[in-house]
Design a protein around this ligand. Sequence first.
Ligand SMILES: [Fe+2]
Ligand SMILES: [Fe+2]
Length: 213
Amino acid sequence: MVWVVGNRDARAGFFHSKDDVLTYYEIEIEPKIVFLSFIIMANKKGHIPFMDKQLRDLIEDQINKELWSAYIYLDIAEFYQSKGLHGLHAWFEKQAKEEVEHAEKFMEFLHDRDESFRLKPIDAPNKVYKDLREPLAYQLEHEKLVTSLILAIYAKAKEAGDPIVTHFMSWYINEQVEEEGHSKELLDQYDLFAKDGGLGLHEFDKDCGKAAK
Ligand SMILES: [Fe+2]
Ligand SMILES: [Fe+2]
């Protein structure tokens, strides 16, 4: 059901009611621009609505995926530590900490939306790295997988008509752009300067250590 309303300062809007959720959309009319902005979303009691069940489940799964990412990066950190590359070790430890923070941010969000959730078992990292390049290539591959999961949550939030989640997910989308970018850069730098070992590798490892601080 839709109600159209207007007011005196060249603004107009409409209420849309669906599945017990009342949404107010505002249309702002500028000389050359007409844009629609979302203003309020509330249920009939005036509260933020309950989250779509499938959307909630996807976010709950993503908490697990973020913690799994942390596990993978700790495993890579340990691999480099075992090779005497302390800069790369520090870099991947830092990545692992960031992944835990991503998981915590999702947990806090579900909590704030009054949604319950459970932590699930984390898959063990199962990669065996044959050389120093493989973990760097795997990091990029893994971040691309995570990006696809994040985009799937965003798409589901849009489909469910939950602008609070779409807004929240935009932080993760930006974060993934950064994470894929950094992973690609690290791999490129390795190929350019470090793949032949020696001083190039030593400098590369030192730079990774500095970047981890
Ligand atoms: Fe993450
Ligand atoms: Fe990540």
